[in-house]
Design a protein around this ligand. Structure first.
Ligand SMILES: *Cc1c(COP(=O)(O)O)cnc(C)c1O
Length: 393
């Protein structure tokens, strides 16, 4: 049996052809494929606008800038996420705060967020960055209500959840990143994510003001748009109006994204099937706890959700033992995540071990099993057998 990673891209001949065609075209970057990908992605997610950027981290950075984060801006996120969700506020000189997670979902706990906000003077915080961790959609309707009470913006880190949705109290399915509740949402096209372009990212929004700002910031703060220019010296003329970056996504990669997006729903379906197999194998096992097992969900009317299953996480007592045992069998499980506040950089900012006990307890036990559309049934059977073999020793 070949080594089995926890996540892997799925590249078809059509994907390769799409990239080759771009290489043979007039544009390697900033050609027609960028806008085509943005339009297709916005439609898929159900948002008004989409801005393709260099990667998910660049997307977060631009969101922070577009929302005006500066020195003294205070923002709350979750410790159970990739570090970039918090780092983006630091890039813009802001201050990051964490709120502990819900033990059932490992998502940022809204009650903890509420308590943190209420423990500070009015106007202390400016924004929230909830994360659809593992692909399980955050209840953004509830977060929006809380944000409105305290005049906060929301950046949804939806890197794990393209295609996922929850059903709101009005019975409407709300896709992650559709801009109904969050001001901005971000996605990544890193190879382990649902749509893989190598590097790549996307910001979605329904706010035209933020959309225009993002376009400017993505490309050096430079515009050639005659309507926006202060002066106009001729056809060559452009103005740099803000301190922006080169955070563009090239045509070659957006072409790959367009091709991949066509298979996004098929990929989600396959992820659901894989999750169901794992659920079935582990659900009754007394020593394995499944994070968000499907059998617990989709029962209460009006509360259905579609888990996008970027990750399939189990919690076990001897996590290191299981990790090593799987590795010895060429199964490369992973841990998502080491709590961000325990990283040396954040410890130097004053965060301490023990600050967020639920996140830290979750970290002690969590393990992400192989989950990607190309995982073969025989490979999954092998993974399940090895997990049960280790636990049953
Ligand atoms: C992958 C990821 C990012 C960063 O995306 P990159 O494209 O790797 O920069 C940010 N947040 C979360 C939750 C992620 O999983």
């Amino acid at each position: 049996m070949k080594p089995i990673p926890y996540g892997r891209q799925h590249i078809t001949d059509a994907d390769i052809q799409a990239v080759v065609e771009t290489l043979q075209s007039d544009f390697l970057t900033q050609g027609p494929k960028v806008a085509e990908f943005e339009k297709a992605f916005a439609e898929y997610i159900g948002a008004d606008y989409a801005v393709a950027v260099a990667n998910g981290t660049a997307a977060l950075h631009l969101c922070a800038l577009a929302l005006g984060v500066t020195a003294g801006t205070r923002v709350i996120t979750t410790p159970i996420t990739f570090a970039a969700s918090a780092n983006c506020i630091k890039y813009a000189d802001g201050e990051i705060y964490f709120a502990d997670v819900d033990p059932e979902t490992a998502l940022m706990d809204i009650q903890k967020v509420k308590a943190l906000i209420e423990s500070k003077p009015k106007g202390y915080f400016s924004g929230l960055i909830p994360v659809d961790f593992a692909g399980y959609p955050v209840d953004l309707e509830a977060f929006r209500a809380l944000a409105n009470q305290h005049n906060l913006w929301i950046i949804e880190d939806a890197c794990h959840a393209p295609g996922g949705y929850f059903v709101d109290t009005a019975g409407q399915a709300q896709r992650c990143g559709n801009g109904q509740f969050a001001d901005l949402a971000i996605f990544s096209f890193h190879p382990v994510k649902h749509i893989a372009t190598g590097e790549g990212g996307m910001i979605t929004t329904n706010r035209r003001d933020l959309y225009e700002k993002l376009l400017l910031l993505r490309t050096h703060g430079i515009t050639k748009n005659p309507e926006q220019l202060h002066q106009n010296h001729g056809g060559w003329y452009y103005e740099m109006q803000e301190l922006g970056y080169n955070y563009r996504m090239p045509d070659m990669l957006t072409a790959l994204g367009i091709s991949q997006l066509k298979r996004a729903d098929a990929g989600l379906q396959r992820r659901k099937e894989i999750a169901h197999q794992y659920d079935t194998a582990f659900f009754t096992h007394p020593q394995i706890k499944i994070l968000n097992p499907a059998v617990y969900r989709n029962t209460e009317p009006g509360k259905e959700i579609l888990h996008a299953y970027h990750l399939y996480v189990i919690l076990v007592e001897d996590r290191k033992g299981l990790y090593d045992y799987l590795k010895a069998n060429q199964i490369y499980a992973q841990v998502h995540y080491i709590p961000v506040h325990t990283m040396p950089y954040y410890q130097n900012l004053g965060f301490k071990q023990g600050d967020y006990p639920v996140a830290e307890g979750y970290y002690e036990k969590c393990l992400s099993l192989p989950m990607f559309p190309g995982l073969q049934p025989t490979e999954q059977d092998f993974v399940i057998a090895k997990v049960l073999e280790f636990i049953g020793r």
